[in-house]
Design a protein around this ligand. Structure first.
Ligand code: GRF
Length: 189
């Protein structure tokens, strides 16, 4: 049984799908939900499922390694970023080599990097007039949206699509694929 920690900053729809996916699993379980926002919706989802939560404070997260003993206390094997908007500090990447995974709501390397999150991504995709978008699941490092790509899948777009309809199509792909890809990683871990 492998232990998963989810890091998230927002509503947590991906976190919910991941928690539910592993509820009856013999492969993995979500043992901790970490957020940088004390009022993030993802924390309510964690509490709903009796999963411990931990709130990050910026100076501590970047100037100390106080998160490491917290992760060790829960014997975390894999860190899953699901809408986590802060950069991952180098010490955490080093402590969890190829064991931090992120999902980005576009087909990296396009439409990635600093500031490219949530609606900004889909607005840029729409503005670029491309006829495809999708998701990228990749190993996270200390730079935004870099790291080896693990999985990508796409959805087709047409001129009637808006940033909102693109977001809906992409989020559906995230919910469909992220839990399964994580399970595949745990099997291989
Ligand atoms: C998703 O769009 C994901 O691609 C991005 O952050 C968003 C998280 O949404 N990394 P939610 O909080 O899981 O609903």
């Amino acid at each position: 049984m492998k232990n998963i920690a989810i890091f998230a900053s927002g509503g947590g729809s991906n976190a919910r799908k991941i928690i539910e996916h592993f509820q009856e699993s013999a492969i993995g379980r979500v043992v901790l939900v970490v957020s940088n926002k004390k009022d993030a919706g993802v924390l309510d989802i964690a509490r709903e499922h009796n999963i411990p939560t931990y709130i990050l404070q910026r100076p501590l997260f970047y100037e100390t390694k106080e998160i490491l003993p917290v992760l060790q206390d829960h014997a975390v094997d894999l860190i899953v970023l699901a809408g986590f908007l802060w950069l991952v500090p180098g010490y955490l990447v080093q402590a969890f080599p190829r064991k931090i995974v992120n999902i980005h709501p576009a087909l990296l390397p396009q439409f990635g990097g600093k500031g490219m999150y949530g609606g900004h991504v889909h607005a840029a995709v729409k503005a670029a007039g491309v006829n495809v978008s999708g998701i990228t699941i990749h190993f996270a490092n200390e730079h935004y949206d870099e790291g080896d790509i693990i999985f990508q899948t796409s959805c087709s777009l047409n001129e009637t699509d808006t940033p909102e309809t693109i977001a809906r199509k992409v989020l559906a792909l995230e919910h469909e694929h992220y839990p399964r890809v994580i399970e595949g990683m745990l099997r291989g871990v």
